[in-house]
Each structure stands twice: as C-alpha cells, then as structure tokens.
Design a protein around this ligand. Structure first.
Ligand SMILES: Nc1ncnc2c1ncn2[C@@H]1O[C@H](COP(=O)(O)OP(=O)(O)OP(=O)(O)O)[C@@H](O)[C@H]1O
Length: 267
C-alpha cells in the first residue's frame, strides 16, 4: 500500500463541524480540507451558513466536531497563536473610533508584538505593504471613520493582511467595492495563494467567484453540496437547484464567465 504524503498537506482540516445558533443547526457536520495555495470561494444562497462557518473557523463561535490547523486542534491554540495563523475580515465594516487609517491597519500586528514594545521595522513594513496592496496608503493619516464604504472595507482587509497569516478568511470582501478594486482584490487573493497561503472568501458575485477562485465550495442549508473547480461547481443544474436562477456560461481568456440571467422557471 502506498503511504506517500499528499502533495499539499492541509492548512485547515474540518471534520464533522457543526454550529447551532439560537438552538437551530446552521452548519451541519461539515468536512473540508483547505491546502496552502488554494483560493477557495465559499458560495451559496443567503442563510446557507457561509458567515457562520467562517466565524467558527476564526474561533468566534463554538463548534462541534473537529477543526485543526496544520494538524493542531484549533481549540488548543491561544487567541494570539490563532491570530498569527488565521486572519478574518468580517462582513460588517463598522469602524467605531476615528483613529488614523495607519493606526487601524497597525492593529493587525498586535499578535506579533510583545507587551508594550514599539513597532519593529518588520511591523512597519507589513503595515505599509498591506496599505499599499489595498490602495489605502494615501489615506494613512485620515480618520478611518472619514472614508467611503468601499474605502473602509479596503482598510479592514489591509488590517487583516498586516497580520501576515498563513490562512486568510474574508466574509464577502468584494461587496461594496468598485469593479477595479474587486478585480484587484481577486488578483491579490490569487497572489496570496501563489505565495503559499490559503484564502477562503465568501462571495455572492458568481462571476468573480467563477473567474478568480481556484476552487469553489457551494453551501446550502449548512452542508456542502458541491466542491471543486469553478466550472464543475457553477453548473446550470447547481444554479437552478441551489440558487433558483438560470445563467449564461462562457469562457474568456481561458477562464469561466458566469452571469445569472433570470429566476428559474420564468419565461
Ligand atoms: N443568532 C442567531 N440565532 C439564530 N439563527 C441565526 C443567528 N444568526 C444567524 N442565524 C441563522 O443562521 C443561518 C445562517 O446564517 P449565515 O449568516 O451564516 O448565512 P450566510 O450564508 O452567511 O448568509 P448571507 O449570504 O445572507 O450572508 C441563517 O438562516 C440565519 O438566519
């Protein structure tokens, strides 16, 4: 029997993960491995459990089953150990205090700093690089509350990037961004995956998901109903049965183009 190791060992392994909210099961016995180098788009209709799953992986919700990171139980990691491994960008872009953008992005370095030590050259470089990658460096001194919705979203992604974690989780990160910044974000996530990190992002824009993710995981009612290459997941049948829509499918520049067209069953 062959015992050769898999080519890409999993960064994240979920087995039988379950989460209940308000007494109701929302994520139901979900198993999933995500390897370094993958940009996974988590897709599915409203209420499918995407945010709940991301929040459970980030350690913000108690979950049943097992979740491990590079073979270690996530539950055994301290909050700061976990924050050095996994960054999470929430769906809400609320910023409570008028702190300068650079200070807010600098909070992403907290898990790497000890006590009240100042910022190291490495910390400053990580903050600057994250602000540049998210095109917010020109706002560095501006209060983070004095930004547009999309700019705030980019600042919060920059804060998570500054964490420099092997795994990056983002809940609908493309929502509210203009097309150029959406595509720049998709390119960034592909680059992070190319650097050997793992990215899991929930997405409603099936066009972006189909075109840029290396893999799609389709959730419905808390369960995975399809998992694989974008073209294998975004099929006419899955669009109809899971989303209740018809779609236009094509290929451009070697990658999938998907555009939802109408409610299924309408003429
Ligand atoms: N605190 C709560 N108590 C009870 N049910 C909840 C609670 N929070 C969320 N839910 C339910 O859990 C289900 C999954 O919610 P979740 O936010 O994970 O879905 P989602 O796939 O991210 O949806 P969306 O695309 O709308 O963001 C929904 O049916 C939601 O109503």
């Amino acid at each position: 029997m062959s015992t050769s190791a898999p080519l890409s060992p999993a960064l994240l392994s979920l087995a039988g993960l379950s989460v209940s909210l308000g007494g109701a099961p929302v994520v139901r016995g979900l198993s999933l491995d995500v390897a370094a180098g993958e940009f996974v788009g988590l897709i599915g209709p409203n209420g499918a459990g995407k945010s709940t799953l991301l929040r459970a992986i980030a350690g913000l919700l108690p979950a049943g089953g097992t979740a491990s990171f590079r073979g270690r139980a996530l539950a055994a990691l301290s909050a700061s150990q976990r924050a050095r491994e996994i960054a999470y960008v929430p769906q809400e872009h609320e910023i409570a205090w008028p702190v300068p953008v650079e200070t807010l992005v600098g909070l992403g370095r907290t898990p790497h700093r000890s006590g009240f030590a100042g910022f190291s050259a490495r910390d400053r470089q990580a903050v600057l690089s994250a602000m540049e990658r998210m095109d917010v460096a020109r706002f560095a001194d501006r209060p983070a509350t004095a930004l547009s919705g999309g700019e705030k979203a980019r600042v919060l992604i920059a804060r998570a990037l500054a964490q420099e974690t092997p795994l990056f989780l983002a809940d609908e990160p493309a929502a509210g961004l203009d097309p150029a910044h959406q595509i720049a974000l998709m390119r960034l996530f592909r680059d992070l995956a190319g650097e050997g990190r793992g990215v899991i992002a929930s997405m409603h824009d099936l066009g972006l998901a189909g075109r840029w993710c290396t893999r799609l995981v389709l959730l419905s009612a808390g369960r995975i109903v399809a998992d694989g290459l974008p073209a294998a997941v975004l099929t006419p049948e899955n669009l109809r049965s899971i989303y209740g829509v018809t779609g236009f499918f094509a290929e451009a520049e070697g990658r999938l183009v998907v555009q939802p067209l109408d409610l299924a069953g309408r003429r």
